[in-house]
Design a protein around this ligand. Structure first.
Ligand SMILES: *[C@@H]1O[C@H](CO)[C@@H](O)[C@H](O)[C@H]1NC(C)=O
Ligand SMILES: *[C@@H]1O[C@H](CO)[C@@H](O)[C@H](O)[C@H]1NC(C)=O
Ligand SMILES: *[C@@H]1O[C@H](CO)[C@@H](O)[C@H](O)[C@H]1NC(C)=O
Ligand SMILES: *[C@@H]1O[C@H](CO)[C@@H](O)[C@H](O)[C@H]1NC(C)=O
Ligand SMILES: *[C@@H]1O[C@H](CO)[C@@H](O)[C@H](O)[C@H]1NC(C)=O
Ligand SMILES: *[C@@H]1O[C@H](CO)[C@@H](O)[C@H](O)[C@H]1NC(C)=O
Ligand SMILES: *[C@@H]1O[C@H](CO)[C@@H](O)[C@H](O)[C@H]1NC(C)=O
Length: 471
């Protein structure tokens, strides 16, 4: 194996074996970089050490398993955690692999033509215990499969690239799920647990077996420049699920999926209440979503650790069921509060505004029927929507109304197939200003025009500057 060397030129390396004349001595087996190609990229931190997957026996033919190559590479590079960190470059090729675990002070970089292919051999997938804030798996009561790319108790991890691809090859799992042949919950594509300082950027993620990106019990997370693609009829292929996390920035991302493009969560009924970690201080901006049967941004339904201080701006949905949807139920407890949305551009929607207090879906019959969620301080402004079936369906909980709803500066063009009852409101309270078509009586229009609030300050995660690094 070559000594790990730091190079600013490494992209396509050619191994050269020099045979020294009559002595026949093999001197060097290492690499000469094609020095015309320097790739700069943005990251939380640059690394002192760099290696390429092929140095660890990786074969990019789409058939050979690279599970061991990834494990060996990351194990070796983890030794540099306290010496400036390390990056692992995945070069052009198709790299079949089972799950692998990340390490701290580490960057995984995928070249433009690199494709990581998830193994469809179940024996390659380690089993993990269920998440404490869920109490069971989403697909089956027992344990769950590891995500393809997994990390726990880490700090300073970057998963990025020059728009390289991670392909979950999810069809295998979707078929088994639909045929109810799974005893364990399907894998996610990327899951980061109990960690901080995480960046996931400039990649194309396709066909996850289930959710794509799942940060949980973590903080200080930047997700940007992702293209996330799954068939619109694939089961539970949520794009990004910040779950019991703080300080998150999701931006410049394009998602086509079979479930919610972004689903903000914090645990399920009595399990989530017990763990009690909210998702908070989240900003989502410049998101584009296509999801005909789901929401651009869902808050819940699992929100039993609470969801607060979520900001969304400049977001676009096309052919999507609803824009921002609050989903909750009796038994969830906790709260969804201080939600601010500004600037939505919507085209072809079933509902613009949707809140559901009767989502049901419990982990088991042990939920507490007295654990009522508090939904309050929900603010929407500056919305343009076209080709809409229903303007709003706002359905609170009787004896537990959703309050403090504010909606301003909204122009909704209803479709030819529009329904007569445009605003269907029960158990909600709030105000509106400058909204067309005319809102329901529970959200009266004020005589004096006003804008719903949107925070003036910046979240700390918005001030994090990325550094320019080289391969
Ligand atoms: C990753 O780490 C978890 C423990 O956190 C372990 O259960 C799992 O087997 C590891 N995965 C791999 C591929 O080694
Ligand atoms: C990345 O690749 C995807 C899939 O090919 C493409 O749709 C997207 O435009 C690319 N993004 C960039 C920034 O090149
Ligand atoms: C999964 O459950 C089925 C019964 O539903 C059982 O026949 C099968 O052996 C189980 N598979 C595993 C891998 O445990
Ligand atoms: C990464 O994506 C951002 C947009 O999210 C873009 O500004 C930047 O140029 C991209 N960087 C690389 C190395 O592709
Ligand atoms: C309007 O929405 C309907 C579905 O409600 C869809 O079939 C139609 O293509 C949309 N029209 C335009 C112009 O987007
Ligand atoms: C109303 O919303 C539109 C569309 O987002 C925006 O361009 C406009 O500036 C807003 N008007 C006010 C008074 O904020
Ligand atoms: C209005 O909403 C209620 C409760 O969400 C629902 O039961 C009812 O069918 C809706 N009415 C119409 C006309 O859509």
């Amino acid at each position: 194996m070559c000594p790990t060397l730091r190079s600013s030129y490494v992209i396509d390396m050619i191994s050269i074996v020099l045979i020294l004349g009559s002595l026949g001595v093999r001197v060097a087996e290492c690499r000469v970089a094609r020095n015309s190609e320097t790739t700069a990229f943005s990251a939380l931190n640059c690394r002192k050490h760099s290696a390429v997957l092929t140095e660890f026996g990786g074969v990019g033919d789409g058939k050979t398993s690279n599970t061991k190559a990834f494990a060996n590479a990351i194990s070796k590079l983890s030794q540099f955690a306290s010496d400036g960190g390390a990056q692992l470059v995945v070069p052009a090729g198709r790299w079949l692999t089972g799950p692998f675990n990340l390490t701290s002070h580490f960057t995984l970089f995928l070249n433009r033509d690199a494709v990581i292919l998830a193994s469809q051999d179940e024996s390659e997938w380690p089993q993990l215990p269920v998440l404490p804030s869920y109490g069971r798996g989403r697909d089956a009561p027992g344990g769950r499969f590891s995500s393809l790319i997994f990390g726990t108790h880490l700090t300073d991890v970057v998963i990025t690239g020059d728009n390289g691809t991670i392909d979950g090859q999810g069809s295998y799992w979707w078929v088994k799920f639909r045929q109810q042949q799974l005893n364990l919950t399907r894998p996610y594509l990327i899951e980061i647990m109990n960690s901080n300082q995480i960046q996931i950027s400039n990649l194309t993620l396709v066909n996850s077996p289930s959710w794509f990106v799942h940060p949980i019990y973590s903080s200080d997370i930047i997700i940007q420049g992702l293209t996330i693609l799954a068939p619109v009829d694939s089961p539970n292929t949520d794009g990004i699920d910040p779950d019991s996390c703080s300080n998150i920035r999701i931006e410049d991302t394009y998602i086509v999926s079979g479930d919610d493009c972004v689903a903000v969560k914090s645990g399920w009924d009595e399990y989530g209440i017990k763990v009690g970690i909210p998702t908070q201080h989240l900003i989502i901006r410049r998101l584009t979503c296509i999801s005909p049967d789901s929401a651009m941004i869902a808050l819940g339904s699992e929100m039993s650790g609470g969801i607060q201080d979520v900001r969304a701006e400049d977001i676009t949905a096309i052919n999507t069921q609803s824009a921002v949807r609050i989903k909750t139920a009796v038994g969830r407890g906790a709260y969804v509060k201080d939600i601010f949305v500004k600037g939505m551009n919507l085209n072809t929607m079933k509902y613009v505004f949707w809140m559901t207090g009767s989502y049901g879906s419990h982990p088991d019959p042990g939920f507490n029927p007295k654990a009522l969620p508090s939904i309050t301080g929900i603010n929407y402004r500056d919305v343009v929507a076209k080709n809409v079936t229903y303007s709003a369906r706002l359905d609170g909980i009787s004896n537990d109304p959703f309050t403090g709803i504010c909606i301003s500066n909204v122009s909704i063009e209803v479709s030819e197939a529009k329904k007569k009852l445009q605003w269907n409101c029960t158990d909600v309270a709030g105000v509106t200003s400058n909204v067309i078509p005319e809102p329901c009586a529970l959200l009266p229009e004020k005589n004096v025009k006003f804008d719903c609030p949107y925070p003036q300050d910046k979240l700390p995660i918005e001030n994090v500057q990325l550094k320019t690094c080289n391969l």
